[in-house]
Design a protein around this ligand. Structure first.
Ligand code: GAL
Length: 849
């Protein structure tokens, strides 16, 4: 691919995702380390440091002699691949040294990536600036071009830019990237490799700087909105230039992400004299009449705008820069919570880690969109990017779908949680990481708050207070429009951090940690009557989809364990989906809801977690592969809990859900409790057609429970009522033996672009087509015709150690998943088959194009 220059647009941004060679080394192959490279890497931070800058050392930089950076190195035996790439996800579980927290996959080691970048002679000769933009690489990136160390960026979750110009030449250039991923670097699966997009950006010497625009809407009403905009101009030439900046504002088409229709506003032209080798910011302002506001559904719409800024010199356009944004107001009220465009929007949020289940951390737009859409189907309106910056495209999806985002950056500050986490580089990198993160993300209307940390070890001492204030001050300098929060699990109303921080974020403390602590909402609220409070983490309920363990607890919430009534089975390593069990510090959803209702000034909650994730398999950290915390399992199948949240978060949706399943040949005559989740306020249960009684929810009840039902084969049926009127009904029936498999695609039409995905659910069903709830038949998948590829399979079972790319996988609680991608350029039908011994096979046909 040759990067050429389009003079009309003034700027070219091309993908560098294709055609890489890659090798992973479990022991250091090159004697390099962050410590030796650091003096050359630190200067990259300079644009994001307010004070003293770093100077690049003179002389030859390290690595020049390492063979992997040389053009002549023969990499033909290295793996050939395209980005985004997660080097660990296809591996086998139980990788040496990789514990359960990290997900047992081979994330560790040094990874080298190599490719050629071809540059047209006129691009190099005409003094253009040539940048490499890396959206995310895990971790400790160091980049060489033509044997020269250009720079790097240690924090694997941040995006960064390198200036290739001084080392670039016409024709083929050799780009080599070294990553170093340590063991004990994270409390969850971090992934590994260049797992986000990589871009080549070519601009004229006078151009809009990196993250060089900042749009705010200081006053917003239905009649008009004031829009302020800062444009930072960078002049990488040697002589000063008279630059004119003109910005027009258009409605943004959500699908194409381009301007639609005529300009709705024009910011008056501003002129600036920009010195050589300098940056200069200019300000503009304009009013938009009758703005279409951005806000979260269902009560508001996520309308977006795009500002197109043109830089000109002597009447000739030299750069064109697009800034999507939204017009909305935000207020934080200690009693009413978050107000968006004047409407109090209660936060129905979830925390999510960044992996995409069996696809790993390699970013994929459709996989992320699916995660958000399922959370929205549940009534979720907010997401905390625990505990690190997301992919840039994630925020574009959030903007488009109207999801509110708590954008979080750190899990640790000065002190370690695990040996090799961010605390090692916090002193050098907290400021550049924080400033670049805010500048990258601050134009997204979806972001309602910045979180600068989570459960810091220093949260209750004076270092925590001082560090929190220092970080918050940096955020306010970069973005005065949003408040800052941290997740605190162990702080009191008097602690320095709680005093310092804008929004009180409580992890588990709010609902009263476990069964022995009482709620700290009231004491925080009375100490800080003007601060907003929210649960930055709530619940941490654990369960395995479709697994029910007897007897159950009589309580609303219980600590998970292996004893009778404690919800877990240490032999199978499963946790009961009655959704009542949590680790000692956490609680069931029901208990959280009760505390949120009793303390209605609380702005809402972010549940730990929306989706299951790889790693941190509490309560089986020493043996399982993935978490039990998700409301939705790792494959994307709904646990029962999904309906408990939906019942509360979508009160106007008529729905009822009953559990457990009703196929228990081993429980005939045994007590088998029946629980109902409904948006109604009352329900009647019928067991084999006979009423088991009608029950009404008490003031703080979130479920209806019939704990003394005796199992007999047949059916259970529930009729729910709201305000005395029939509202919804549902049933479960005893299912026969497995007879066949069915395949259902979430989307049967996908784009043949090499990225779009179809998620295919396989169900093991009886002769009448009912899912067999405990089926675990081995399923084998194949692409029978068409240009499609089965990228990975899963079943949501946290104990399943079958590698994710395997085409054979057991069903778990009757279901399995295959993820299919259409190859680039694919047209027409892709036929996917699934077979299983003794069962009638199934098929689904996708259409690519
Ligand atoms: C919290 C922590 C999360 C996760 C969770 C599990 O304390 O902030 O990252 O570990 O516990 O319950």
């Amino acid at each position: 691919m040759a990067a050429s220059f389009d003079g009309a647009a003034g700027r070219e941004r091309t993908t560098l995702n294709a055609g890489w060679r890659f090798a992973r080394f479990t022991s250091n192959p090159d004697s390099l380390s962050y410590d030796t490279l650091k003096p050359w890497i630190l200067p990259l931070a300079n644009d994001f440091l307010a004070g003293t800058k770093h100077e690049r050392p003179s002389g030859t930089a390290p690595g020049a002699k390492v063979s992997y950076v040389q053009a002549g190195f023969d990499d033909s035996k290295w793996e050939q691949l395209d980005l985004p790439h997660d080097w660990a996800i296809k591996g086998t579980f139980n990788a040496p040294g990789v514990g359960g927290g990290l997900g047992r996959l081979p994330i560790n080691g040094v990874g080298w990536y190599r490719r050629t970048v071809s540059l047209d002679a006129d691009v190099v000769a005409s003094g253009k600036s040539i940048f490499l933009d890396v959206d995310g690489a895990m971790a400790y990136s160091a980049v060489w071009l033509n044997g020269n160390l250009v720079g790097g960026w240690p924090f694997g979750y941040n995006s960064f830019r390198l200036d290739l110009t001084p080392f670039a030449k016409a024709g083929d250039n050799r780009l080599a990237i070294r990553l170093d991923n340590a063991l004990e670097s994270s409390r969850w699966y971090p992934g590994a490799g260049i797992y986000r997009n990589v871009w080549l950006v070519t601009v004229n010497p006078v151009h809009v700087a990196q993250y060089g625009t900042y749009v705010t809407t200081p006053s917003v009403s239905a009649q008009k909105a004031t829009l302020d905009m800062v444009v930072e101009i960078e002049n990488s030439g040697n002589s000063s230039q008279q630059v004119e900046v003109t910005t027009k504002v258009y409605a943004l088409d959500p699908e194409t992400r381009k301007a639609s229709g005529d300009a709705v506003a024009r910011i008056p032209t501003v002129r600036a004299n920009v010195a050589g080798r300098a940056k200069q910011a200019v300000n503009g302002s304009v009013t938009i009449a009758n703005p279409t506001l951005w806000g979260p559904p269902p009560t508001q719409k996520p309308n977006e705008y795009i500002a197109i800024s043109v830089l000109s010199i002597n009447g000739t356009a030299v750069d064109t820069y697009e800034t999507p944004f939204g017009v909305r107001s935000i207020k934080y009220d200690a009693n009413k919570g978050v107000l968006i465009n004047g409407e109090a929007v209660r936060i129905h949020g979830t925390c999510n880690h960044h992996d995409l289940g069996s696809l790993g951390t390699a970013f994929n737009v459709r996989a992320a969109e699916r995660q958000i859409q399922m959370l929205q189907e549940m009534g979720g309106n907010a997401l905390r990017t625990s505990h690190n910056p997301p992919a840039p495209e994630f925020l574009e999806i959030a903007d488009r779908l109207g999801l509110l985002v708590m954008d979080e950056i750190f899990d640790t500050w000065n002190y370690a949680k695990v040996e090799n986490d961010f605390h090692r580089i916090f002193p050098d990198w907290h400021e550049p990481d924080l400033r670049s993160f805010i500048r990258r993300d601050r134009n997204h209307p979806s972001i309602i708050s910045w979180s600068v940390g989570n459960e810091l070890s220093e949260q209750s001492n004076s270092i925590g207070g001082a560090t929190g204030k220092m970080l918050q001050d940096i955020v306010h300098q970069e973005d005065p429009t949003r408040q800052v929060t941290v997740g605190m699990n162990n702080a009191g109303p008097g602690t320095a951090l709680a005093k310092a921080i804008d929004i009180i974020g409580l992890n588990y403390q709010g609902e009263g940690r476990g069964t022995s602590w009482s709620s700290t909402f009231p004491s925080f609220h009375s100490t800080y009557p003007d601060k907003m409070i929210w649960s930055t983490e709530s619940a941490s309920t654990v369960s395995s989809r479709g697994i029910y363990i007897f007897p159950i607890t009589n309580n609303k919430s219980a600590v998970v364990g292996g004893g009778a009534g404690q919800g877990a089975d240490p032999t199978t390593r499963h946790v009961s989906a009655y959704e009542l069990y949590a680790p000692s510090w956490a609680s069931s959803p029901d208990k959280v809801f009760e505390q949120q209702d009793k303390n209605s000034y609380v702005a809402g909650e972010f549940v730990w977690t929306g989706w299951d994730y790889i790693g941190e398999p509490t309560p089986y950290d020493n043996s399982s592969r993935s978490s039990y915390f998700g409301i939705i399992d790792l494959a994307g199948f709904k646990k029962d809990r999904f309906f408990l949240y939906q019942a509360r978060w979508r009160p106007d949706l008529p729905m009822a859900h009953v559990l457990p399943h009703w196929t228990w040949p081993d429980r005939v005559g045994k007590v088998t409790p029946v629980h109902v989740f409904t948006s109604g306020d009352e329900a009647e249960l019928f067991v084999n057609g006979v009423t088991a009684g009608r029950q009404k929810k008490g003031q703080y009840d979130s479920r209806l429970r019939w704990d003394n039902v005796t199992y007999a084969p047949g059916s259970i049926r529930v009729v729910a009522y709201k305000n005395g009127k029939e509202w919804a009904s549902t049933s479960q029936q005893t299912v026969g033996t497995a007879a066949s498999i069915t395949l259902t695609a979430d989307r049967t039409s996908i784009r043949g672009d090499g990225h779009d995905l179809s998620f295919i659910t396989v169900a093991v069903v009886d002769k009448d087509g009912h899912t067999v709830p405990r089926a675990s038949n081995e399923i084998t998948f194949s692409v029978s015709s068409g240009s499609g590829k089965i990228v990975s399979t899963d079943n949501g079972d946290p104990t399943d150690e079958t590698p994710f790319p395997s085409l054979s996988r057991k069903a778990f609680s009757g279901l399995a998943l295959a993820i299919v991608r259409a190859e680039p350029g694919a047209q027409g039908d892709i036929v996917i088959d699934a077979k299983s011994n003794g069962l009638v096979g199934g098929r689904v046909v996708l259409r690519a194009g």
